[in-house]
Design a binder for this molecule. Structure first.
Ligand code: MN
Length: 207
C-alpha cells in the first residue's frame, strides 16, 4: 500500500490570519505531496519494505537499505513531520490557541517551570534554527519533555524521541505572508496550536 497524503483536518483558509490560504494550499498539495511521492518512489525499489509504516522506517534508519536511506530520511521525514504538523494546529473556532490542559500541562510545568517559560524557550529555539528545519516538543525515553530542533526533514523519532508538537520553520511555511519575519510567524502560530491534540499525543506515548 503506497503512502498517501493524509486528509487535512480543516480548509486551506481555516488558519487565517495566522497562516494564509495560499501558503496552506501550496504547503499541503505541493510540498507534502512531493515528500509522499518521493518516499513512494524510494520504497518501491525495495518491495520487502511495503508493509512498514513511515514511523517504523524512521525509527530504525540503519535498517533501511543504504541505497534509499537518505531518501527515506528526507522524504519519509517530510511525510511524517507534516502529517503531525497539520494535526497540531486548529482554527480558533476549532479549539486552536489557549494553552495546554490536564496531563501535558502538568508535564510542561514540571519540565519548564510554567507555560510562559516553555513558550519562550520553544520560540527561541524556533527562531534559532539556521536554515531549514523544525522545532519540537518531544517525550524522551524517561517520559520527560524536551524541546529539540532538527535540520531539514530529520525527525525526532529517529533519535528515540516521541514528538507531540512540532513547528515547521522552513521558509516555505511562512514566506508568502511573513517574508523574512520568522519571529512574527512564530508568535502568530501560538494562536492556532491544537492543545487537545498535543494532550492526546502526550497521553498516547506516556501511558
Ligand atoms: Mn513544510
Amino acid at each position: 500500500m503506497p503512502f498517501e497524503l493524509p486528509r487535512l483536518p480543516y480548509r486551506y483558509d481555516a488558519l487565517e490570519p495566522y497562516i494564509d490560504a495560499a501558503t496552506m494550499e501550496l504547503h499541503y498539495t505541493k510540498h507534502h505531496q512531493t515528500y509522499v511521492n518521493k518516499l513512494n518512489e524510494a520504497v518501491a525499489k525495495h518491495p520487502e519494505l511495503a508493509a512498514k509504516s513511515v514511523e517504523e522506517l524512521l525509527k530504525d534508519l540503519e535498517a533501511v537499505p543504504a541505497d534509499i536511506r537518505v531518501a527515506v530520511r528526507n522524504h519519509g521525514g517530510g511525510h511524517f513531520n507534516h502529517s503531525l504538523f497539520w494535526k497540531v494546529m486548529a482554527p480558533l473556532s476549532g479549539g486552536g490557541g489557549g494553552g495546554p490542559k490536564t496531563l501535558v500541562s502538568r508535564a510542561i510545568a514540571k519540565s519548564f517551570g510554567d507555560f510562559k517559560k516553555f513558550q519562550d524557550e520553544f520560540s527561541k529555539a524556533a527562531a534559532g534554527v539556521f536554515g531549514s528545519g523544525w522545532v519540537w516538543l518531544a517525550v524522551d525515553e524517561n517520559k520527560n519533555l524536551q524541546i529539540v530542533s532538527t535540520p531539514n526533514q530529520d525527525s525526532p523519532i529517529s533519535q528515540g524521541l516521541e514528538p507531540i508538537l512540532g513547528l515547521d520553520v522552513w521558509e516555505h511555511a511562512y514566506y508568502l505572508l511573513y517574508q523574512n519575519r520568522r519571529p512574527d510567524y512564530i508568535v502568530a502560530w501560538w494562536s492556532i496550536v491544537n492543545w487537545d491534540e498535543v494532550g492526546k499525543n502526550y497521553e498516547a506515548v506516556t501511558e
